[in-house]
Design a protein around this ligand. Structure first.
Ligand SMILES: Cc1cc2nc3c(=O)[nH]c(=O)nc-3n(C[C@H](O)[C@H](O)[C@H](O)COP(=O)(O)O)c2cc1C
Length: 329
């Protein structure tokens, strides 16, 4: 796919789904295909591991079939290795490659990757140039407002990235201190939009249609939810209805349960019952976030060890009027 096709699809769909480590794995991406996701992305993946052909990493790059555009996100700070990894990703049939310049986890930043690349614009430009030159699929970047709140350089860095040839930039409207509670700085996202001529995707605090409308006021071409996608594939139609029109209604309990059970089955198919159920311990409660006694549900989930345990917990969720209730023991 060319950069022009990518941009056309992005401007039509106005919705890019995020990379989420520990969540946008192959089983969940299978679920997302069933919800007509226009774009989706892998979890962040180390460029060294991709370039070396590490078997665990290759598994993380498994792609579900579907009409969506599929991206893979890589992290690293070494231009040649990042280029090698991008070539592997292109050869696997991915539609685009995204470069992580937003992750604030120490394991990445202490090695110069993730958000720390934002503090070194020259190096960031070299990494991106090297990747852009090595592949013919579009390259995108996901950044924050800056490495820290004292160094908010997203507009300046965006110019560097545009010059280096990226097709689009996603801006998470917070700085790199890793505090999700901080409000999103819409003004600075707007500044990025006004600085570059490539599409900008707004990210941070997009959980509902109302948040989407607020984010679109910055002039971004598309929005990207984050935490709102976890255990909530319905966010795709919720955001789409506020972006493009059309009705949206919250799923009823039975639909939530059925989707959660399919997710469990896909996890077990992919990783076996033991590991699949381990992942489900943190995923299942996210499907029932607002339930009465949700904290008891979360505690109970930490004890499960089989598919049957997970199904028994789902049996204890009931709907009364508008409320979902977990019937604790
Ligand atoms: C559990 C979790 C995993 C994440 N993993 C990634 C990742 O792999 N790559 C990335 O660029 N951002 C990652 N992020 C950041 C999100 O993509 C997004 O930028 C952030 O959550 C802000 O959006 P929100 O306020 O809507 O949650 C992650 C966030 C969470 C909560």
């Amino acid at each position: 796919m060319t950069g022009a096709e990518f941009i056309k699809r992005l401007k039509e769909a106005k919705l890019l789904l995020p990379p989420l480590a520990g969540y946008t794995d192959y089983p969940y991406r299978r679920i997302l295909t069933e919800f007509d996701a226009p774009f989706m992305c892998t979890e962040m993946i180390s460029c060294e591991a991709v370039a070396r052909g590490n078997p665990r990493t290759t598994r993380m790059l498994k792609k579900p079939d579907g009409a969506h555009m599929h991206g893979a996100q890589i992290f690293g700070d070494e231009p040649d290795t990042m280029a090698e990894a991008a070539q592997v990703i292109e050869s696997m049939g991915f539609d685009y490659v995204d470069i992580n310049m937003g992750c604030a986890v120490k394991a990445l930043t202490q090695n110069g990757a993730g958000v720390s690349l934002m503090g070194e614009p020259i190096k960031a430009g070299e990494v991106v140039s090297s990747v852009v030159k090595s592949v013919s699929i579009p390259v995108t970047c996901k950044i924050r407002l800056g490495e820290s709140r004292r160094e908010l350089n997203a507009p300046e860095l965006s110019m560097v990235l545009e010059d280096a040839g990226v097709a689009a930039i996603t801006v998470h409207g917070r700085s790199g201190e890793k505090k999700f509670g901080e409000p999103v700085n819409y003004d600075m996202i707007k500044e990025v939009v006004e600085t570059v001529s490539i599409p900008v995707v707004g990210n941070g605090g997009v959980f509902t249609g109302t948040d989407t409308v607020e984010m679109m006021k910055t002039g971004v071409d598309a929005v990207m939810p984050g935490r709102g996608l976890i255990g909530n594939p319905w966010i795709i139609s919720e955001l789409r209805s506020s972006l493009l029109g059309g009705a949206f209604s919250e799923p009823l309990l039975e639909e939530r349960k059925a989707t959660c059970i399919r997710h469990l089955m896909y996890l077990i198919d992919f990783s076996g019952e033991k590991d699949g159920v381990l992942t489900m311990r943190r995923v299942l409660p996210r499907y029932f976030m607002g339930a009465v006694h949700a904290s008891d549900l979360r505690i109970r989930m930490t004890e499960i060890s089989s598919k049957q345990d997970a199904l028994s917990i789902l049996d204890k969720l009931v709907q009364r009027d508008d409320q979902i209730i977990y019937l604790r023991d």
